[in-house]
Design a protein around this ligand. Structure first.
Ligand code: GLC
Length: 655
């Protein structure tokens, strides 16, 4: 039985959304055919008419957005429309920004690590404004949208506040905190140029072997939906706040089922899960993978959606073969735009259409006709525009589809206030990485910590205790931040960006601290041993288990450090700094206490705050903790559910 999302009827919530969307679209359709109201309404010969005749409606902020869209669309040539649907990577135009004008580009992005030469707030704003000037030099002066992956703070920018990755934010179970964090991220992002973020990921991570598990709020779609307060943090109220200097357009990604693929089905590089195939029924897909998008659209009014590289293969449709999300008209148009009522625009993932069957023309045609609106074509924007023009010319892509896509994109630009204020409002630029922002991140770190074991009341620690700290992740900012930090994959070490490590946090609290990364310093005379284990940074499928040596198992070094410290010091605490649960079944009995720290970001003090009782442990597991890698995928609700720690587990030290 197919889920109602895929059939005529719709649940009330969806019906309401659909009805609202229908009213919106009907109104837009009405306006699209009318003569611009403002010029028709002005009295003949009046000042108003003279005023209006000089200022076209699309440039008049007093004119309703739908009308401005319709007026501008009516003035555009096909080439200008194709340009609006094209996004290039900044690196492809940086040497000759006039290409922005020549190509009528609608958008640029900074891919992970694509930063101005001097990676400072003002250099970012200067860079984006420099590109913007070339967009405004086009015939109709349509401003650029500039997108960036602010997935845990404005991570590409050195000095930005770096928050815990989403899996840690999911552990907080604190939607208000998530909204506050994303409002800070929006402020630091917008103040330095970009008006659009490719965040939040509302992926539902069902297999922890996935390299993007840490980008997920968790395995339960209901938890992911609760954390969609992130969208409100980014956008505020979309129709009211998007033009503000502390708000950005949000993108929920990756639509849909990116975290629900079957191990071994990826054909990208040597990935095993990322960009693979989600094998599921319509009913289960709606419940697990689609549900976050229903609320993102209907409750939070998200302005943009990024389809996933992954594919869906229907188990309830005999003979079904995998269909890439970027090619699925059923899911992009019929379901997302039709039944769910999405009125924003779809942005493809990085060169995603190159993974579709057929030649480039077929890939372009298939995805546009499926409902994709803007195309992230990092280095082949000219070819994309030429190919799209040829497909429209040949009648294989209807102009009505082009007009729908361009209307959606223009609406976002009007809502962002870019026609009135195309350049960066730098009023908040001095708040980037401010103590106030870092204090919120520090609180997020504290609330994200999950206490899994606390025998003999090991925690909270006392400042008077003599503490021995060891481990690869005790004093490494890069490792505690993970991927999408200054560079795409992230990097180990303490030289890339400012912050406090977990060791520094401990040293701020206790007087007598010995640090020995490899636990070779003498251990005698200490009251407590702390071993900080975990992963090194990765992003996307690079981190898939089975790819490049990645595993859920602890490294030999981590196991040796635990053995050495926990056998020598009477009280032993292990912290795990990683993007997902690691296999600790054999090591757990050796520790008196165990804390999952996830990827806390720049504010290591937040870990010390809960270790020393300045804040209580309150975090809860957002994903199930397996006994072994072989148990994956393992999720709440499974039959024969026997994890090491269940979803939602977490001890508290709240008095
Ligand atoms: C990447 C990711 C996506 C990101 C985009 C732009 O491949 O899949 O999450 O937003 O490219 O960096």
């Amino acid at each position: 039985m197919r889920h109602q999302l895929f059939r005529g009827g719709l649940p009330r919530r969806l019906t309401t959304g659909r009805r609202t969307a229908g009213i919106l679209l009907a109104a837009a359709a009405l306006v699209a055919t009318a003569v611009p109201v403002s010029s028709a309404m002005a009295e003949p010969g009046s000042t108003a008419e003279a005023q209006h005749s000089r200022t076209p409606p699309y440039l008049n902020p007093r004119v309703p957005t739908a009308q401005r869209v319709s007026d501008l669309l009516g003035r555009m040539t096909p080439a200008e429309k194709f340009g609006q649907m094209t996004q290039a990577e900044r690196g492809s135009v940086d040497a000759d920004p006039t290409r922005i004008t020549d190509l009528n580009l609608g958008s640029l992005l900074s891919g992970g690590g694509s930063t101005p030469a001097s990676n400072t707030p003002s250099a970012w704003a200067d860079m984006v404004d420099g590109y913007q000037a070339h967009a405004l030099a086009t015939r109709l002066h349509i401003p650029l949208l500039y997108g960036v992956d602010s997935v845990h703070g404005h991570g590409n920018l050195v000095g930005a506040t770096i928050f815990p990755h989403n899996i840690g934010m999911g552990a907080t179970r604190d939607p208000r905190l998530v909204a506050e964090a994303e409002h800070i991220t929006a402020t630091e992002t917008r103040a330095t140029g970009p008006q659009w973020v490719f965040a939040p990921c509302v992926c539902v991570a069902r297999d922890d072997r996935w390299g993007r598990t840490y980008e997920s709020f968790g395995e339960d779609p209901a938890l992911v939906q609760r954390m969609e307060s992130a969208i409100d943090g980014f956008q505020g109220t979309r129709t009211k706040d998007l033009a503000r200097p502390d708000r950005v357009l949000a993108t929920v990604k990756h639509y849909a089922g990116d975290g629900d693929t079957t191990y071994g089905t990826s054909t990208t590089n040597t990935y095993t899960l990322d960009q693979g195939v989600t094998r599921t029924s319509h009913q289960r897909f709606a419940a697990v993978d689609l549900a976050p998008y229903v609320t993102a659209v209907q409750v939070h009014h998200v302005g943009s959606v990024m389809p996933s590289y992954s594919s869906v293969q229907w188990t309830d449709v005999p003979g079904s073969t995998p269909v890439k999300m970027s090619a699925s008209k059923e899911l992009l148009t019929d379901v997302l735009k039709g039944k769910i009522g999405f009125d924003g625009f779809l942005i493809s993932d990085w060169d995603a259409i190159s993974q579709l069957p057929g030649d480039f023309a077929t890939q372009v045609r298939t995805s546009v006709n499926a409902g994709m609106d803007m195309f992230m074509q990092p280095y082949n924007a000219p070819q994309f525009e030429q190919t799209l023009a040829a497909e429209v010319q040949a009648g294989r892509v209807p102009m009505a589809r082009i007009d729908d896509a361009v209307s959606r994109i223009l609406r976002a630009k009007f809502e962002l206030g870019l026609f009135e204020h195309p350049y960066t409002n730098r009023a908040n630029i001095d708040t980037v990485g401010s103590p106030a922002h870092r204090a919120v991140a520090r609180r997020a770190v504290a609330e994200s910590q999950v206490l899994l074991k606390n025998d003999r009341h090991t925690l909270p620690l006392k400042p008077s205790q003599r503490i021995y700290v060891a481990g690869v992740n005790a004093n490494d900012l890069g490792n505690q931040a993970g991927g999408w930090t200054v560079t795409w994959q992230g990097q180990s070490g303490n030289n890339a960006f400012p912050g406090t490590t977990i060791l520094q946090g401990i040293q701020h609290e206790a007087k007598d601290v010995t640090y020995s990364a490899d636990a070779t310093a003498p251990t005698t005379g200490h009251d407590v041993g702390i071993v900080v284990v975990g992963e090194t940074p990765y992003a996307e499928g690079v981190g898939d288990v089975g790819n490049g040596g990645h595993t859920l198992n602890l490294s030999a070094t981590d196991r040796a450090n635990i053995d050495r410290v926990c056998s020598a010091i009477s009280t032993c605490l292990v912290l795990d700094v990683a993007g997902r649960p690691q296999i600790i079944t054999d090591q757990l009995p050796k520790a008196d206490a165990f804390v999952m720290s996830w990827l806390p970001g720049s504010e290591g003090d937040g870990v010390a705050d809960v270790l020393f009782g300045k804040r209580p442990f309150t975090g809860k597991l957002p994903v199930t903790w397996p006994r072994s890698e072989a148990q994956e995928p393992i999720n709440i609700g499974d039959a024969h559910y026997d994890p090491l720690f269940p979803y939602g587990y977490g001890l508290t030290t709240r008095r």
